[in-house]
Ligand binder design. Structure first.
Ligand code: CP3
Length: 392
Protein backbone atom coordinates (compact mmCIF):
# COMPACT_ATOMS: atom_id res chain seq x y z
CA UNK A 1 0.00 0.00 0.00
CA UNK A 2 2.78 2.38 1.04
CA UNK A 3 4.66 1.64 -2.16
CA UNK A 4 1.63 2.26 -4.34
CA UNK A 5 1.05 5.64 -2.72
CA UNK A 6 4.70 6.66 -3.05
CA UNK A 7 4.69 5.76 -6.72
CA UNK A 8 1.38 7.28 -7.63
CA UNK A 9 1.85 10.77 -6.21
CA UNK A 10 4.58 12.09 -8.54
CA UNK A 11 2.65 10.84 -11.58
CA UNK A 12 -0.52 12.51 -10.41
CA UNK A 13 1.29 15.72 -9.58
CA UNK A 14 2.48 16.18 -13.11
CA UNK A 15 -1.07 15.84 -14.33
CA UNK A 16 -2.38 18.52 -11.97
CA UNK A 17 -2.80 22.11 -13.10
CA UNK A 18 -0.74 24.73 -11.23
CA UNK A 19 -3.93 26.13 -9.75
CA UNK A 20 -7.56 25.61 -10.63
CA UNK A 21 -8.00 29.35 -11.16
CA UNK A 22 -5.51 29.50 -13.97
CA UNK A 23 -7.19 26.69 -15.88
CA UNK A 24 -10.68 27.93 -15.11
CA UNK A 25 -10.40 31.42 -16.58
CA UNK A 26 -13.67 31.94 -18.43
CA UNK A 27 -13.84 33.74 -21.75
CA UNK A 28 -15.15 37.24 -21.27
CA UNK A 29 -17.76 38.66 -23.59
CA UNK A 30 -19.15 42.23 -23.70
CA UNK A 31 -21.10 43.11 -20.58
CA UNK A 32 -18.92 40.94 -18.35
CA UNK A 33 -20.96 37.82 -19.01
CA UNK A 34 -19.68 34.57 -20.44
CA UNK A 35 -20.16 32.88 -23.78
CA UNK A 36 -19.24 29.87 -25.89
CA UNK A 37 -20.14 27.09 -23.46
CA UNK A 38 -18.15 23.91 -23.93
CA UNK A 39 -19.71 20.47 -24.09
CA UNK A 40 -21.45 18.95 -21.09
CA UNK A 41 -19.19 17.39 -18.45
CA UNK A 42 -20.31 14.63 -16.11
CA UNK A 43 -19.72 13.78 -12.47
CA UNK A 44 -16.82 11.64 -13.67
CA UNK A 45 -15.11 14.64 -15.35
CA UNK A 46 -11.54 15.88 -14.78
CA UNK A 47 -12.29 17.18 -11.26
CA UNK A 48 -12.82 13.62 -10.03
CA UNK A 49 -9.08 13.45 -9.29
CA UNK A 50 -8.90 16.90 -7.68
CA UNK A 51 -7.39 17.41 -4.23
CA UNK A 52 -10.84 18.35 -2.92
CA UNK A 53 -12.43 15.07 -3.98
CA UNK A 54 -9.37 13.09 -2.87
CA UNK A 55 -9.26 14.73 0.58
CA UNK A 56 -12.99 14.13 0.97
CA UNK A 57 -12.41 10.43 0.30
CA UNK A 58 -9.36 10.26 2.59
CA UNK A 59 -6.91 9.73 -0.30
CA UNK A 60 -3.42 11.32 -0.52
CA UNK A 61 -3.39 14.88 -1.87
CA UNK A 62 -0.70 17.11 -3.38
CA UNK A 63 -1.68 19.81 -0.84
CA UNK A 64 -4.58 20.57 1.48
CA UNK A 65 -7.49 21.84 -0.62
CA UNK A 66 -9.08 25.10 0.50
CA UNK A 67 -12.33 26.92 -0.26
CA UNK A 68 -14.50 29.26 1.79
CA UNK A 69 -18.17 29.11 2.63
CA UNK A 70 -19.70 32.33 1.21
CA UNK A 71 -16.59 32.86 -0.92
CA UNK A 72 -18.94 34.28 -3.55
CA UNK A 73 -20.55 37.30 -1.99
CA UNK A 74 -20.27 40.67 -0.41
CA UNK A 75 -16.55 40.56 0.42
CA UNK A 76 -15.89 40.89 -3.33
CA UNK A 77 -16.32 44.29 -5.05
CA UNK A 78 -16.88 42.49 -8.38
CA UNK A 79 -19.80 40.62 -6.76
CA UNK A 80 -21.35 43.81 -5.42
CA UNK A 81 -21.03 45.41 -8.85
CA UNK A 82 -22.65 42.48 -10.64
CA UNK A 83 -25.49 42.13 -8.12
CA UNK A 84 -26.38 45.85 -8.12
CA UNK A 85 -30.04 46.22 -9.08
CA UNK A 86 -30.88 42.50 -8.99
CA UNK A 87 -32.63 40.89 -6.01
CA UNK A 88 -30.77 37.95 -4.47
CA UNK A 89 -33.34 35.27 -5.35
CA UNK A 90 -33.70 36.63 -8.86
CA UNK A 91 -29.91 36.47 -9.33
CA UNK A 92 -29.96 32.82 -8.19
CA UNK A 93 -32.31 31.95 -11.09
CA UNK A 94 -30.29 33.69 -13.82
CA UNK A 95 -27.80 31.17 -15.29
CA UNK A 96 -25.48 33.94 -16.58
CA UNK A 97 -25.27 35.63 -13.18
CA UNK A 98 -24.97 32.32 -11.31
CA UNK A 99 -22.09 31.27 -13.55
CA UNK A 100 -20.21 34.53 -13.33
CA UNK A 101 -20.66 35.00 -9.56
CA UNK A 102 -19.64 31.39 -8.87
CA UNK A 103 -16.44 31.84 -10.90
CA UNK A 104 -15.40 35.18 -9.36
CA UNK A 105 -13.76 33.81 -6.19
CA UNK A 106 -12.11 30.96 -8.12
CA UNK A 107 -10.39 33.44 -10.41
CA UNK A 108 -9.48 35.88 -7.68
CA UNK A 109 -8.32 33.55 -4.90
CA UNK A 110 -7.24 30.38 -6.69
CA UNK A 111 -9.39 28.29 -4.33
CA UNK A 112 -9.54 24.53 -4.91
CA UNK A 113 -13.30 24.45 -5.45
CA UNK A 114 -16.17 26.59 -6.61
CA UNK A 115 -19.45 26.53 -4.70
CA UNK A 116 -22.59 27.13 -6.68
CA UNK A 117 -24.00 30.63 -6.17
CA UNK A 118 -27.50 29.95 -4.89
CA UNK A 119 -29.30 29.86 -1.57
CA UNK A 120 -30.75 27.20 0.71
CA UNK A 121 -34.26 28.67 0.37
CA UNK A 122 -34.20 28.58 -3.44
CA UNK A 123 -35.94 25.17 -3.81
CA UNK A 124 -38.81 26.53 -1.69
CA UNK A 125 -39.01 29.70 -3.79
CA UNK A 126 -39.00 27.72 -7.03
CA UNK A 127 -41.78 25.51 -5.63
CA UNK A 128 -43.87 28.65 -5.08
CA UNK A 129 -43.33 29.63 -1.41
CA UNK A 130 -43.34 33.41 -0.96
CA UNK A 131 -39.85 34.18 0.42
CA UNK A 132 -37.67 37.22 0.07
CA UNK A 133 -34.04 37.59 1.11
CA UNK A 134 -33.75 40.94 2.82
CA UNK A 135 -30.25 42.45 2.72
CA UNK A 136 -28.60 42.36 6.15
CA UNK A 137 -31.43 40.19 7.54
CA UNK A 138 -31.78 36.98 5.55
CA UNK A 139 -34.72 34.94 4.25
CA UNK A 140 -38.16 36.26 5.27
CA UNK A 141 -41.23 34.06 4.71
CA UNK A 142 -44.52 35.86 3.94
CA UNK A 143 -46.79 33.19 5.52
CA UNK A 144 -44.89 31.15 8.10
CA UNK A 145 -45.93 27.57 8.88
CA UNK A 146 -47.90 27.58 12.13
CA UNK A 147 -50.42 24.72 11.76
CA UNK A 148 -50.66 21.17 10.51
CA UNK A 149 -52.72 22.47 7.55
CA UNK A 150 -49.86 24.83 6.63
CA UNK A 151 -47.54 21.82 6.36
CA UNK A 152 -49.94 20.03 4.04
CA UNK A 153 -50.27 23.14 1.87
CA UNK A 154 -46.52 23.33 1.20
CA UNK A 155 -46.11 22.99 -2.58
CA UNK A 156 -43.82 20.21 -3.89
CA UNK A 157 -40.73 21.03 -5.95
CA UNK A 158 -41.23 20.01 -9.59
CA UNK A 159 -37.83 19.04 -11.06
CA UNK A 160 -38.69 20.56 -14.45
CA UNK A 161 -38.71 23.99 -12.81
CA UNK A 162 -34.98 23.63 -12.26
CA UNK A 163 -33.86 23.96 -15.88
CA UNK A 164 -32.09 27.25 -15.07
CA UNK A 165 -30.06 25.38 -12.45
CA UNK A 166 -29.13 22.53 -14.79
CA UNK A 167 -28.01 25.09 -17.38
CA UNK A 168 -25.87 27.03 -14.88
CA UNK A 169 -24.24 23.89 -13.48
CA UNK A 170 -23.38 22.52 -16.94
CA UNK A 171 -21.82 25.82 -17.98
CA UNK A 172 -19.88 26.05 -14.76
CA UNK A 173 -18.53 22.53 -14.95
CA UNK A 174 -17.36 23.20 -18.50
CA UNK A 175 -15.65 26.44 -17.49
CA UNK A 176 -14.09 25.04 -14.33
CA UNK A 177 -12.28 22.13 -15.98
CA UNK A 178 -10.23 20.36 -13.30
CA UNK A 179 -11.56 22.59 -10.50
CA UNK A 180 -14.48 20.87 -8.77
CA UNK A 181 -17.89 22.48 -8.37
CA UNK A 182 -19.57 21.90 -5.01
CA UNK A 183 -23.34 21.65 -5.16
CA UNK A 184 -25.40 22.24 -2.04
CA UNK A 185 -28.79 22.22 -0.38
CA UNK A 186 -30.23 23.27 2.96
CA UNK A 187 -30.96 20.43 5.36
CA UNK A 188 -34.60 19.83 6.35
CA UNK A 189 -34.19 21.18 9.91
CA UNK A 190 -32.54 24.46 8.94
CA UNK A 191 -35.12 25.07 6.20
CA UNK A 192 -37.91 24.27 8.68
CA UNK A 193 -36.57 26.96 11.03
CA UNK A 194 -37.05 29.62 8.34
CA UNK A 195 -40.51 28.32 7.39
CA UNK A 196 -41.75 28.16 10.98
CA UNK A 197 -40.05 31.26 12.46
CA UNK A 198 -40.83 33.30 9.33
CA UNK A 199 -37.24 34.54 9.22
CA UNK A 200 -33.87 34.35 10.97
CA UNK A 201 -34.03 33.56 14.69
CA UNK A 202 -31.64 33.13 17.63
CA UNK A 203 -33.51 30.71 19.88
CA UNK A 204 -35.59 28.88 17.27
CA UNK A 205 -38.22 28.53 19.98
CA UNK A 206 -41.25 28.34 17.68
CA UNK A 207 -39.50 25.66 15.64
CA UNK A 208 -38.74 23.53 18.69
CA UNK A 209 -42.25 24.07 20.10
CA UNK A 210 -43.75 22.82 16.81
CA UNK A 211 -41.35 19.86 16.81
CA UNK A 212 -42.49 18.82 20.32
CA UNK A 213 -46.19 19.71 20.01
CA UNK A 214 -46.88 18.36 16.50
CA UNK A 215 -44.58 15.36 16.02
CA UNK A 216 -46.53 13.94 13.07
CA UNK A 217 -46.74 17.22 11.18
CA UNK A 218 -43.07 17.82 12.01
CA UNK A 219 -42.16 14.50 10.48
CA UNK A 220 -44.24 15.23 7.36
CA UNK A 221 -42.66 18.67 7.00
CA UNK A 222 -39.12 17.34 7.28
CA UNK A 223 -39.90 14.45 4.91
CA UNK A 224 -41.10 16.92 2.28
CA UNK A 225 -38.10 19.16 2.75
CA UNK A 226 -35.82 16.12 2.41
CA UNK A 227 -37.41 15.20 -0.93
CA UNK A 228 -37.01 18.73 -2.26
CA UNK A 229 -33.38 18.94 -1.06
CA UNK A 230 -32.56 15.62 -2.76
CA UNK A 231 -34.20 16.84 -5.98
CA UNK A 232 -32.20 20.08 -5.84
CA UNK A 233 -28.95 18.14 -5.28
CA UNK A 234 -29.73 15.58 -7.97
CA UNK A 235 -29.96 18.29 -10.65
CA UNK A 236 -26.56 19.62 -9.56
CA UNK A 237 -24.91 16.19 -9.56
CA UNK A 238 -26.45 15.33 -12.92
CA UNK A 239 -25.04 18.59 -14.27
CA UNK A 240 -21.55 17.55 -13.16
CA UNK A 241 -21.04 18.85 -9.59
CA UNK A 242 -18.09 16.94 -8.06
CA UNK A 243 -19.22 17.08 -4.42
CA UNK A 244 -22.25 18.18 -2.44
CA UNK A 245 -22.66 19.92 0.89
CA UNK A 246 -25.75 19.74 3.06
CA UNK A 247 -26.04 22.89 5.21
CA UNK A 248 -27.74 22.23 8.54
CA UNK A 249 -26.53 25.55 9.83
CA UNK A 250 -28.79 25.78 12.88
CA UNK A 251 -28.83 22.11 14.02
CA UNK A 252 -26.52 23.11 16.90
CA UNK A 253 -29.51 24.50 18.83
CA UNK A 254 -30.74 20.92 19.41
CA UNK A 255 -29.82 18.39 22.09
CA UNK A 256 -28.09 15.28 20.78
CA UNK A 257 -31.17 13.18 21.60
CA UNK A 258 -33.61 15.42 19.75
CA UNK A 259 -31.18 15.74 16.86
CA UNK A 260 -30.71 11.97 16.63
CA UNK A 261 -34.41 11.10 16.77
CA UNK A 262 -36.24 14.03 15.16
CA UNK A 263 -33.79 15.50 12.65
CA UNK A 264 -30.94 13.19 11.66
CA UNK A 265 -33.20 10.62 9.92
CA UNK A 266 -34.41 13.35 7.56
CA UNK A 267 -30.90 14.55 6.70
CA UNK A 268 -30.00 10.92 6.05
CA UNK A 269 -33.02 10.72 3.73
CA UNK A 270 -31.56 13.58 1.65
CA UNK A 271 -28.28 11.74 1.12
CA UNK A 272 -30.05 8.40 0.60
CA UNK A 273 -32.48 10.01 -1.85
CA UNK A 274 -29.58 11.47 -3.80
CA UNK A 275 -27.80 8.11 -3.94
CA UNK A 276 -30.96 6.23 -4.91
CA UNK A 277 -31.87 8.61 -7.73
CA UNK A 278 -28.42 8.27 -9.28
CA UNK A 279 -28.15 4.50 -9.12
CA UNK A 280 -25.21 3.04 -10.95
CA UNK A 281 -23.04 6.13 -11.29
CA UNK A 282 -19.95 7.03 -9.28
CA UNK A 283 -21.12 8.68 -6.07
CA UNK A 284 -19.92 12.18 -5.32
CA UNK A 285 -18.45 12.90 -1.87
CA UNK A 286 -20.89 14.42 0.62
CA UNK A 287 -20.14 17.11 3.18
CA UNK A 288 -22.44 17.67 6.17
CA UNK A 289 -22.09 20.98 8.02
CA UNK A 290 -23.66 22.82 10.92
CA UNK A 291 -22.72 25.58 13.37
CA UNK A 292 -22.34 24.90 17.11
CA UNK A 293 -22.50 21.16 16.54
CA UNK A 294 -19.72 20.21 19.00
CA UNK A 295 -22.08 17.92 20.94
CA UNK A 296 -23.54 16.51 17.71
CA UNK A 297 -20.26 15.69 15.96
CA UNK A 298 -20.46 11.94 16.68
CA UNK A 299 -23.85 11.95 14.89
CA UNK A 300 -23.31 14.31 11.95
CA UNK A 301 -21.31 11.85 9.87
CA UNK A 302 -23.92 9.16 10.53
CA UNK A 303 -26.31 10.85 8.12
CA UNK A 304 -24.25 9.41 5.27
CA UNK A 305 -21.51 12.02 4.91
CA UNK A 306 -17.90 11.50 3.83
CA UNK A 307 -16.83 14.82 5.30
CA UNK A 308 -17.96 16.48 8.52
CA UNK A 309 -17.88 20.28 8.55
CA UNK A 310 -16.72 21.74 11.87
CA UNK A 311 -17.13 25.30 13.14
CA UNK A 312 -14.35 27.09 15.08
CA UNK A 313 -15.52 25.98 18.54
CA UNK A 314 -13.93 22.52 18.49
CA UNK A 315 -10.29 22.09 17.36
CA UNK A 316 -9.95 19.68 14.44
CA UNK A 317 -7.87 17.12 16.36
CA UNK A 318 -10.61 16.91 18.99
CA UNK A 319 -13.28 16.90 16.25
CA UNK A 320 -11.49 13.95 14.60
CA UNK A 321 -11.80 12.03 17.87
CA UNK A 322 -15.50 12.92 18.19
CA UNK A 323 -16.52 11.97 14.63
CA UNK A 324 -14.46 8.79 14.70
CA UNK A 325 -12.59 7.10 11.85
CA UNK A 326 -14.04 6.92 8.37
CA UNK A 327 -14.68 10.64 7.91
CA UNK A 328 -12.67 13.55 6.58
CA UNK A 329 -13.04 16.97 8.19
CA UNK A 330 -13.74 20.39 6.74
CA UNK A 331 -12.99 23.66 8.53
CA UNK A 332 -12.46 25.43 10.80
CA UNK A 333 -10.80 28.85 10.97
CA UNK A 334 -12.92 31.39 12.85
CA UNK A 335 -14.15 33.85 10.16
CA UNK A 336 -13.52 36.71 12.64
CA UNK A 337 -9.78 35.91 12.63
CA UNK A 338 -9.63 37.25 9.07
CA UNK A 339 -10.48 40.71 10.44
CA UNK A 340 -7.42 40.63 12.76
CA UNK A 341 -3.74 41.43 12.05
CA UNK A 342 -1.68 39.36 9.61
CA UNK A 343 0.37 37.71 12.37
CA UNK A 344 -2.78 36.39 14.02
CA UNK A 345 -4.16 35.19 10.69
CA UNK A 346 -0.95 33.28 9.92
CA UNK A 347 -0.73 31.75 13.39
CA UNK A 348 -4.35 30.56 13.31
CA UNK A 349 -4.07 29.20 9.75
CA UNK A 350 -0.97 27.23 10.82
CA UNK A 351 -2.81 25.84 13.83
CA UNK A 352 -5.79 24.71 11.74
CA UNK A 353 -3.54 23.07 9.13
CA UNK A 354 -1.61 21.27 11.89
CA UNK A 355 -4.70 20.10 13.77
CA UNK A 356 -6.29 19.02 10.49
CA UNK A 357 -3.55 16.41 10.12
CA UNK A 358 -5.36 14.37 12.79
CA UNK A 359 -8.19 13.63 10.33
CA UNK A 360 -8.01 11.03 7.55
CA UNK A 361 -8.46 13.94 5.11
CA UNK A 362 -8.74 17.71 5.61
CA UNK A 363 -10.50 20.32 3.48
CA UNK A 364 -9.45 23.74 4.79
CA UNK A 365 -12.35 26.15 5.21
CA UNK A 366 -13.71 28.67 7.67
CA UNK A 367 -15.88 27.57 10.59
CA UNK A 368 -18.77 29.49 8.95
CA UNK A 369 -19.22 31.90 6.06
CA UNK A 370 -16.91 34.74 5.03
CA UNK A 371 -17.97 37.93 6.84
CA UNK A 372 -18.90 40.74 4.41
CA UNK A 373 -16.21 43.08 5.88
CA UNK A 374 -13.39 40.66 5.09
CA UNK A 375 -10.55 42.04 2.97
CA UNK A 376 -10.49 39.79 -0.12
CA UNK A 377 -6.67 40.12 -0.16
CA UNK A 378 -6.58 38.25 3.16
CA UNK A 379 -8.62 35.38 1.66
CA UNK A 380 -6.16 35.09 -1.24
CA UNK A 381 -3.29 35.10 1.26
CA UNK A 382 -4.91 32.29 3.28
CA UNK A 383 -5.23 30.13 0.15
CA UNK A 384 -1.53 30.63 -0.62
CA UNK A 385 -0.47 29.97 2.96
CA UNK A 386 -2.51 26.77 3.30
CA UNK A 387 -1.03 25.52 0.03
CA UNK A 388 2.51 26.41 1.09
CA UNK A 389 2.16 24.79 4.53
CA UNK A 390 0.70 21.58 3.17
CA UNK A 391 2.63 21.03 -0.09
CA UNK A 392 3.91 17.46 -0.16
O1 CP3 B 1 -20.38 31.40 -1.66
C1 CP3 B 1 -21.18 30.55 -1.21
O2 CP3 B 1 -21.01 29.98 -0.12
C2 CP3 B 1 -22.31 30.07 -2.10
C3 CP3 B 1 -23.54 30.72 -1.97
C4 CP3 B 1 -24.42 30.61 -0.73
C5 CP3 B 1 -25.28 31.65 -0.37
N1 CP3 B 1 -26.09 31.21 0.63
C6 CP3 B 1 -25.32 32.95 -1.03
C7 CP3 B 1 -25.86 34.08 -0.30
C8 CP3 B 1 -24.67 29.53 0.12
C9 CP3 B 1 -23.97 28.19 0.20
C10 CP3 B 1 -25.74 29.94 0.99
C11 CP3 B 1 -26.35 29.05 1.97
C12 CP3 B 1 -27.19 29.65 3.01
N2 CP3 B 1 -28.15 30.60 2.89
C13 CP3 B 1 -27.19 29.21 4.35
C14 CP3 B 1 -26.34 28.09 4.88
C15 CP3 B 1 -24.96 28.57 5.12
C16 CP3 B 1 -24.81 29.41 6.35
O3 CP3 B 1 -24.44 30.57 6.19
O4 CP3 B 1 -25.03 28.88 7.43
C17 CP3 B 1 -28.14 29.96 5.05
C18 CP3 B 1 -28.47 29.86 6.52
C19 CP3 B 1 -28.75 30.84 4.11
C20 CP3 B 1 -29.84 31.81 4.35
C21 CP3 B 1 -29.34 33.18 4.08
N3 CP3 B 1 -29.25 33.71 2.81
C22 CP3 B 1 -28.79 34.12 4.98
C23 CP3 B 1 -28.69 33.95 6.47
C24 CP3 B 1 -28.36 35.23 4.22
C25 CP3 B 1 -27.60 36.46 4.68
C26 CP3 B 1 -28.45 37.66 4.87
C27 CP3 B 1 -27.60 38.92 4.98
O5 CP3 B 1 -27.80 39.81 4.14
O6 CP3 B 1 -26.74 38.98 5.85
C28 CP3 B 1 -28.66 34.95 2.88
C29 CP3 B 1 -28.37 35.81 1.72
C30 CP3 B 1 -27.21 35.38 0.91
N4 CP3 B 1 -27.00 34.11 0.48
C31 CP3 B 1 -26.19 36.23 0.41
C32 CP3 B 1 -25.35 35.42 -0.36
C33 CP3 B 1 -24.16 35.84 -1.16
C34 CP3 B 1 -26.10 37.72 0.61
C35 CP3 B 1 -27.00 38.35 -0.40
C36 CP3 B 1 -26.58 39.72 -0.79
O7 CP3 B 1 -25.60 39.85 -1.53
O8 CP3 B 1 -27.27 40.66 -0.39
Amino acid sequence: MWLVVQMSIPTRRRALPVTGARTARPRAVPGGRLGGWPAVATAAGPAVDSDLVRAARGLPVSRTPVWFMRQAGRSLPEYRALRAGTAMLQACQDPDLVTEITLQPVRRHGVDAAILFSDIVLPLVVAGVDIEIKPGIGPVVASPIRTVADVDALPPLEPDRLDFLATAVRRLVGELGATPLIGFAGAPFTLATYLIEGGPSKEHARTKAFMYAEPEAWQRLLERLAVSAATFLRVQVDGGASAVQLFDSWAGVLSATDYATRVLPHSRAVFDGLDASGAGEAMVPKVHFGVGTGELLPLIGDAGADVVGVDWRVPLDEAARRVGPGYSLQGNLDPAVLLADRETVDREVRRVVEQGRAARGHVFNLGHGVLPDTDPGVLTHVVELVHELSAR
